[in-house]
Design a protein around this ligand. Structure first.
Ligand code: ADP
Ligand code: MG
Ligand code: MG
Length: 210
């Protein structure tokens, strides 16, 4: 069986917490270059709270687990990224049905996430935001699902696409969020939110692979 269940979401949250914690300083430095330097701290605080919440609540479905992640991130991350990631996980949760998650479910979850972020933040492709990592990730997952690939393959493709998308933000000029205040001077730096999205999606793929 190559579908994913609640334990995948729990493992994903755990690995995301590790990744964010290990990359706290790196994310802080990216945000210091084109923002206010708090992105690493914001996410570390958020995913630490998520771990505690999930351990307490033992959700019994992927949807319930993703909803708990969403509400916890909303109330703990703050800044621009808190409401955006909160909305992403909430829309990911509601995009899933009741049962286990297959490749189409992975594609739906990621498509819901990117739609939530764009509905809330109005960023388009190329604006140098987390959307530049999340949108190609959702597209890659949809392509794998259409070819009949597994949930794991969809997540691996999504993580690869998000990493490439984050790297591609380096030359971009920011048009949304705090970095947009810098105008042309925002070029030459990777967007911190795109980088954290790539880390979070790599954690999702690793959680499925393990
Ligand atoms: P703040 O800018 O309030 O300090 P963070 O540093 O936690 O918040 O998050 C900054 C990240 O949020 C940016 O790198 C960018 O990826 C993302 N972001 C900001 N505004 C938007 C938006 N309108 N749409 C999508 N993502 C955004
Ligand atoms: Mg910041
Ligand atoms: Mg801030």
């Amino acid at each position: 069986d190559d579908t994913l269940d609640t334990s995948w979401v729990l493992r994903w949250a755990e690995l995301a917490q590790h990744a964010v914690s290990e990359n706290r300083i790196a994310l802080m430095e990216l945000d210091r270059a084109i923002g206010d330097g708090d992105h690493g701290d914001n996410l570390d605080r958020g995913f630490t709270a998520v771990s505690a919440k999930l351990a307490d609540a033992s959700p019994d479905s992927p949807t319930a687990a993703l909803k708990l992640i969403a509400t916890t991130l909303m109330s703990t991350v703050g800044g621009a990224a808190g409401p955006l990631y909160g909305t992403a996980f909430l829309r990911a949760a509601t995009a899933l049905g009741d049962g286990p998650v297959d490749a189409a479910g992975v594609a739906a979850l990621l498509t819901g996430a990117v739609e939530g972020v764009t509905a809330r933040g109005r960023a388009e492709a190329g604006d140098k935001t987390m959307v530049d990592a999340l949108r190609p990730a959702a597209e890659a997952a949809r392509a794998v699902a259409e070819e009949g690939g597994s949930a794991r393959a969809a997540l691996a493709a999504a993580a690869d696409a998000a990493a490439a998308g984050a790297e591609a933000t380096e030359p971009m000029v920011a048009r949304k969020g705090r970095a947009s205040y810098l105008g042309e001077r925002s070029a030459g730096h990777r967007d911190p939110g795109a980088q954290s999205s790539a880390l979070i999606l790599r954690a999702a793929a690793d959680a499925a692979a393990g």
